[in-house]
Write a protein that binds this ligand. Structure first.
Ligand code: NI
Length: 208
């Protein structure tokens, strides 16, 4: 098994991306409070058990991910820029290397369960340019917290008077690549170029 060369960057990214904000520029003052000490983790430490609900309203657990390699992104449907950008990059990459959607399983997990209902996600996942067959997952706040913890995803509600609901959600913006058994393979961010994502996924697909 290949040691994921990006594992080190996952660790530093998870610190940096604590600050990834969808709706506002993070201030430097946020940094000390939000960048926790990052301890070394093994490959198996990303991913794990969760129980959520998919965009059709059906129960969906980590077991339902298995059998195909997965691309997993945590975000929220109200996010105006970062989430759509990442999902469009995923969509663009998959349309090139997996045009019929048979190889990878693309998944969007909400960090905003209050607003992201299965009904609203059922519309969201069909957005133009998003991956074909994108699975939208949400759940109770407790279920979402458990999924976030399993994947080491940081997110935090922050007040936003401009939003109708009065808040936005700062969140890590990571595209995880997991193998068909649910083990961590690689990670991208919305800053990874689409050609680089295509190159990495193409290489993975040709080796597995
Ligand atoms: Ni976002």
């Amino acid at each position: 098994m290949k040691i994921p060369r990006r594992l080190i960057s996952v660790l530093s990214l998870s610190a940096i991306l604590f600050l990834a904000a969808c709706d506002r520029e993070p201030s430097l003052e946020d940094k000390p409070a939000r960048s926790g000490k990052v301890t070394a983790v093994g490959v198996a430490d990303i991913g794990g058990p969760f129980e959520l609900v998919d965009h059709t309203g059906a129960p969906f657990t980590d077991q339902d991910l298995l059998g195909k390699p997965q691309l997993i992104y945590f975000g929220f449907a109200f996010c105006p820029d970062v989430c759509p950008l990442a999902l469009q990059q995923m969509g663009m990459a998959l349309s090139e290397i997996d045009p019929d959607g048979s190889y990878f399983r693309p998944v969007f997990i909400s960090v905003d369960p209050e607003r992201d209902t299965p009904e609203s996600l059922s519309v969201y996942v069909t957005n133009n340019g998003f991956p074909k067959g994108l699975i939208g997952l949400t759940g109770t706040p407790e279920q979402v917290s458990a999924a976030k913890a399993a994947y080491k995803i940081y997110s935090q509600k922050v007040p936003d008077p401009q939003s109708e609901a009065g808040y936005t959600v700062d969140h890590a913006s990571l595209i995880y690549v997991m193998d068909k058994d649910g083990k961590f393979v690689d990670v991208f961010t919305h800053d990874t170029s689409t050609p680089d994502i295509i190159k990495a996924l193409k290489a993975y697909k040709s080796e597995h």
